[in-house]
Design a protein around this ligand. Structure first.
Ligand code: FUC
Length: 779
């Protein structure tokens, strides 16, 4: 490996979205039959899914703060009184009895998530904003040349077809700069556009004509206490070239126009940790609409395109195209699953993941939930909440490595918002300092345990969230960020410091009561339990949290004593254990498992997304991880496939990672895999798999968790040739690589922070010291 120094900054040249290519184009030759083959658009706040019917178009609309429910006190104030007894039982190995007690006294007060049906409970539920319907006057003749396409490079959707001797086109976008959803409809048939526009919602809505000819849909959600919750509004205006616009009742009628532009704005009065904090969504939608509708579609589209490209163009992955790459996306997926080669499909999936993050996570906004901002239901699956035992974290796996660091902010804000309610929960349940969040949360600051001990007692949700605060620092070197978030890390540590107990056998410090996320085990008495002491995932997370917080304290010159205490306690945490079967052990004891192929692979947190287990520094543990992964089996739910894929990438096994990726790309039908529009299917649709799979592709090409930058650590034989530009690593490096016949042919590494590192390709590692802005090229 030869190193050549280049001091000039890396200049990335690109022509965004002039022609969508097979790796930037998601397309269909027919309308969608459901949102599973829709085209998802978004500006971080307003989401849209284009169904694309010829005679009737439906566009499913979302707004990120359309949440039912409201703030509730879900903490049991006396819960801490049961804690000594629960712990005593656990220390005596009587987990089943401890679990009973947790169920009686240590779950949340009230309904909690109402077992994933909280649309009318205080916990609440993320809900659809509504549907935009366009109903066209019938035109004679067959429809030909139908193409419905999402251009990932521009974030715009376009639909075109021929009918009645004319070409009909619809372009759709959601703009962040103009806070508007906009559609332009054109036809080559003079005066050919005659259609009606309507807005509806499955419940709690009224649609009226407002002002001259605007449509207004508004309603108020259930706060879960029998009162008024969030009020939402969406407002629509149509402007035509030629023809007439008329509104009556609850519809707009367009007649004989040559062109029509539809502008739609949306807002709610949700006032919480993020979002627009408006008190009057009706006024806000009018204000936004007046501003946006004063601009022609072309101006809105140009600003939206530039805004999208600012994020999207930072990274580019090129993998070879094949004849299969030319197919519409649904057929492309099907043929790929049957064995048609198509490396470029991975680039499409990767680009789709980046598009989804750019479209659902913007500074100042709420983070994407389990459905991102693309739900069509009132009772969304799992309440569309933020699960803290893998799912919301997975949503953010692409953020740093794909150079979308700024888009990590909504998650950071969510974390900060949990400190105050989490302090109260810590006092009520544990009589302790610090803050805690358990298995899930909402925009209402839910931090109590879940309603069942079998999955709701997880104590490491907050520790896991804290890793995202630290990772952002590692990738950006942003000390101001570290200073801001340090108190959150510190208070999270205080909680765990106060709650570690010594187990009698080895005198290790452990958490408890806790769960190894959603998994269960069989006790010597034959009973099955979930509640435990010191599950491996908790211990791995606390080693990272304590180590990172001590590190942060020393970087910031703060809390020397606390730093020492954290490092001392860290040494006493229960270590990673290898069970009699050679697998990394999930619990303190090698309990038999009723479900050895469980979807969660939490004890392997330390391998990924954590970093205490690596194939070079801890080979025996890495081997035990491999054995556990083998025992778990490859097939699983959507997000679980994505997680396994990332883990095999960390183990340096590109072909096995690729095998998992293929399972993730498998047409889902009613099962797990991918829906026709590449949305991940758990089942049901959950966006976490998209983000996990996107990050997995990056993780196969560059890794930086082991204190060095490793190039092509898990390149599968399916991708013999390719190139990637702009991936980010810890230490703030931008990495570009090209490879041919499975061999790296060149690479460049640009430093943004001036930190030292080591760059590795296969068995060769070379130390690097760069000034900020300097670039090394490797050949
Ligand atoms: C996790 C998973 C479930 C589901 C839920 C939303 O807890 O175990 O499979 O994905 O999140």
């Amino acid at each position: 490996m030869k190193l050549i120094l280049h001091t000039a900054a890396l200049v990335l040249l690109s022509a965004p979205g002039l022609h969508a290519t097979p790796d930037t184009s998601l397309w269909f030759d027919k309308p969608a039959t459901s949102f599973h083959s829709s085209l998802p658009l978004g500006n971080g706040r307003i989401g849209a899914m284009v169904i694309g019917g010829v005679e009737t178009e439906r566009i499913v609309l979302n707004e990120s703060s359309i949440w039912s429910g409201s703030v509730e006190d879900a903490d049991r104030p006396d819960a801490h009184k049961s804690l000594p007894e629960i712990r005593r039982l656990l220390l005596e190995g009587r987990n089943d009895e401890a679990e009973e007690l947790v169920n009686q006294n240590f779950t949340c007060k009230g309904q909690g998530s109402a077992f994933a049906k909280a649309a009318n409970a205080p916990f609440g539920c993320y809900q659809v904003l509504g549907n935009l319907h366009l109903r066209f006057a019938p035109t004679p003749g067959e429809t030909t040349g139908y193409r419905r396409e999402l251009d990932l490079a521009t974030g715009q959707a376009r639909l075109t077809y021929q009918k009645d001797g004319a070409t009909w086109t619809r372009e759709h976008l959601v703009s962040a700069p103009d806070e508007v959803f906009a559609s332009r409809l054109t036809t080559t048939k003079p005066g050919g556009l005659t259609f009606t526009i309507a807005l509806d919602r499955p419940e709690r809505f009224t649609t009226t004509v407002s002002g001259n000819s605007d449509l207004l849909i508004t309603g108020t959600l259930n706060d879960g206490h029998g009162g008024k919750g969030v009020t939402y509004a969406a407002r629509l205006r149509a402007i035509t070239r030629g023809g007439t616009v008329r509104a009556d009742g609850n519809q707009i009628h367009i007649e004989n126009a040559d062109e029509a532009t539809i502008y739609l704005t949306a807002a709610t009065d949700y006032r919480g940790f993020a979002g627009r904090n408006l008190s009057d969504p009706l006024a806000a939608t009018l204000n936004d609409l007046d501003k946006a509708a004063a601009k022609p579609f072309t101006e809105i589209a140009a600003a939206q395109r530039a805004d999208h490209a600012k994020w999207f163009d930072r990274v580019k992955l090129t993998l070879p195209e094949t004849p299969n790459s030319q197919l519409p996306t649904d057929r492309r997926l099907e043929a790929f699953a049957k064995g048609a080669p198509d490396p470029s499909l991975a680039a499409l999936y990767f680009n789709f993941g980046r598009h989804l993050l750019i479209s659902s996570s913007r500074p100042g906004g709420l983070p994407p939930n389990l459905q991102g901002i693309w739900a069509e239901e009132i009772q969304t699956p799992w309440n569309g909440d933020w699960h803290l035992d893998i799912n919301v974290q997975m949503n953010y796996w692409p953020a740093e490595i794909c150079d979308l660091s700024e888009l990590h902010e909504p998650l950071h804000k969510l974390i900060a918002s949990l400190v105050e309610p989490g302090r109260k929960t810590a006092r009520a349940y544990y009589n302790s300092r610090g803050w805690i969040a358990h298995v899930f949360t909402t925009p209402w600051g839910f931090t109590s345990p879940g309603e069942s001990a079998s999955w709701g007692a997880t104590v490491s949700g907050s520790a896991w969230l804290c890793q995202h605060l630290w990772e952002h620092y590692l990738f950006t070197g942003d000390k101001e960020h570290l200073r801001r978030v340090y108190p959150i890390l510190k208070e999270s540590c205080l909680f765990y410091l106060d709650n570690l107990i010594e187990e009698p056998k080895n005198r290790w410090l452990v958490t408890g009561p806790s769960n190894s996320p959603e998994n269960r085990f069989t006790l010597p008495n034959g009973k099955v339990a979930h509640v435990c002491l010191g599950p491996t995932v908790d211990m791995q997370l606390l080693r990272e949290l304590f180590g990172n917080t001590a590190n942060a304290a020393s970087i910031l010159g703060l809390d020397a004593e606390l730093g020492t205490e954290l490092l001392e306690k860290r040494k006493r945490l229960a270590p990673n254990l290898i069970g009699p079967d050679g697998q990394l052990q999930e619990w303190l004891e090698p309990y038999p498992e009723p479900e050895p192929t469980h979807r969660h692979t939490s004890p392997l947190y330390g391998l990924h997304p954590g970093y205490e287990i690596t194939r070079r520094s801890t080979p025996e543990l890495a081997d035990a991880c491999r054995k556990l992964l083998d025992a778990r089996g490859d097939d699983s739910t959507g997000w679980a496939l994505a997680w396994r894929m990332n883990k095999w990438a960390r183990l340096g096994d590109g072909d096995r990672a690729m095998k998992l990726f293929k399972l993730l790309l498998r047409p889902a039908g009613n099962g797990s895999g991918s829906l026709p529009n590449l949305f991940g299917s758990c089942p049901p649709f959950q966006i976490d798999a998209n983000f996990g799979g996107c990050a997995g592709v990056a993780e196969m090409l560059v890794q930086s968790h082991a204190g060095e930058i490793e190039l092509l650590p898990a390149l599968p034989k399916d991708w013999p040739d390719g190139s990637v530009t702009g991936l980010k690593t810890r230490g703030g490096f931008r990495v570009s690589i090209t490879w041919k016949s499975g061999e790296m042919t060149s690479a460049s590494i640009q430093s943004t922070t001036g930190r030292e590192t080591k760059v590795r390709y296969r068995n060769q590692g070379t130390p690097l010291t760069l000034e900020p802005g300097e670039t090394y090229r490797l050949k």
